[in-house]
Write a protein that binds this ligand. Structure first.
Ligand code: NIG
Ligand code: FE
Length: 416
């Protein structure tokens, strides 16, 4: 099946040879080819260019021509941070928050991550898989074309491995890139565990089993007061290095413990959350720019918990590469919709439309090492692309905030 899309108002993120990431000021220059055409052949991007130099159609056999007048075309979203595998929603905790309890009070009373873990430990693997697959397909329908999924709601060895096997099955069930993260240190499990004893168990006992089954691309930890500190982070990242795994780490959601500098020095692939950011954190990311640690903001979490937004302008000012992701999870961000994240990034973090789009595509791909397969429109790549409704400009993603900007989603050239 061949398609030719013509009169595209703006073809966003299209490159002949794409860069691996965009840092700081480069993000506003995410390319937009005005008045463009795009050719798709057998599910892949074949070619693109400006309408003025459109070569014309030689072979009409099996060709569908689509007029994209007034519409933008862009790469599918790359959601580099999700907790999409879980056993139950936590809407009752949300109701408690509405009635005055805080996220921390709920967690301290045994709710939060511990609540998710109890439900997940009880759910059989097949059911967990089926329910997560529905969520994954929903994310794809709203335009996600590459995704990272974490474990971390197991909080015991067998349940963590069960989660990772579910993530593996999800990866095999869809054509989009799925990256797998062993969130080894999410919360200290109930019982006699301490942060340190659990981390040692996760590193010495679980990590070799995770590796033996080939179940993960990354490790992750929740570096936060009352959860895991720098000592545990050091143990985990050391273990990961020994097993050849890279790190993506939850840092600075509520408190800055020095995790940003630690991760940047350890060449982590990304540091995620960053709602609280010290000048030292920004400096650490800036001075490690060559190693390319991505700063990943999660505005859906800020929106839903009512906590500060990541000061993205400071990061961009310091020429640090920034990604945005959903953090999709039942407690702090129950939405897998990347378009909504783009909208929040523009409205709440003051990102320019092109900065937000670069962060949600090209840089999102870099934040999970799939830059060779996702995040841009380029010849030979899978045709995982989005078509907007007719819009005056890309600011329409946030200006028309009650509407969906993305009208059609194509995965491997097929509308979903
Ligand atoms: O990224 N911060 C740690 N973990 C998740 C959500 C935890 C939960 O409430 O289930 C997050 O926000
Ligand atoms: Fe998270």
């Amino acid at each position: 099946m061949r398609m030719l899309w013509k009169n595209i108002k703006g073809l966003v993120g299209a490159y002949e040879s794409p860069p691996s990431r965009l840092s700081g000021s480069e993000m506003a220059d995410f390319p937009v080819l005005q008045n463009a055409w795009l050719a798709i052949d057998a599910g892949k991007i074949a070619d693109f260019g400006p309408m003025e130099t459109f070569p014309g159609i030689v072979d009409w056999t099996g060709l569908e021509v689509v007029d994209c007048e007034g519409r933008y075309v862009l790469p599918a979203w790359c959601d580099s941070h999700t907790h999409l595998v879980f056993a139950a929603p936590r809407s009752k905790e949300f109701l408690s928050r509405l009635q005055g309890k805080t996220y921390h009070e709920i967690a301290e009373a045994g709710g939060g991550i511990l609540n998710s873990a109890r439900a997940l430990q009880l759910m059989p693997e097949d059911q967990l898989f089926e329910e997560a697959l529905v969520r994954l397909k929903r994310a794809i329908q709203t335009g996600t074309g590459a995704i990272e999924i974490k474990s971390g709601y197991g909080l015991d060895g067998e349940a963590e491995l069960k989660m990772l096997r579910v993530i593996q099955r999800l990866k095999e069930a869809v054509s989009i890139p799925v990256r797998r993260t062993f969130l080894a240190c999410h919360a200290v499990p109930e019982g006699n565990w301490t942060a340190e004893s659990w981390t040692r168990y996760a590193v010495e006992d679980l990590l070799p089993r995770v590796q033996a089954e080939g179940l993960a691309d990354y490790v992750d930890a929740f570096c936060e007061k009352g959860y895991f500190g720098l000592e545990e982070l050091a143990l985990l990242l050391d273990g990961a290095t020994q097993h050849g795994l890279a790190a993506k780490v939850h840092v600075n959601q509520f408190n800055a413990l020095g995790g940003v500098a630690f991760c940047a020095n350890a060449n982590a692939v990304s540091v995620d959350h960053l709602e609280v950011l010290n000048p030292e954190d920004v400096e650490a990311l800036k001075s490690n720019a060559a190693s390319g640690t991505m700063a990943c903001a999660l505005p859906g979490c800020s929106y839903f918990l009512g906590i500060p937004y990541t000061p993205v302008r400071e990061l961009i000012q310091a020429d640090i590469p920034v990604a945005i992701a959903t953090d999709f999870n039942p407690g702090s961000a129950p939405s897998s919709n990347m378009e909504r994240v783009v909208q929040l990034a523009i409205l709440k973090m003051k990102m320019l439309p092109l900065e937000a789009l670069a962060a949600a595509t090209l840089n999102g791909a870099a934040a999970m090492d799939v830059s060779d397969r996702a995040g841009v429109i380029a010849p030979g790549r899978a045709a995982n692309i989005l078509v907007t409704k007719p819009m005056d400009g890309l600011e329409g993603f946030a200006y028309d905030f009650g509407e969906h900007a993305v009208e059609k989603v194509f995965i491997d050239g097929i509308e979903v």
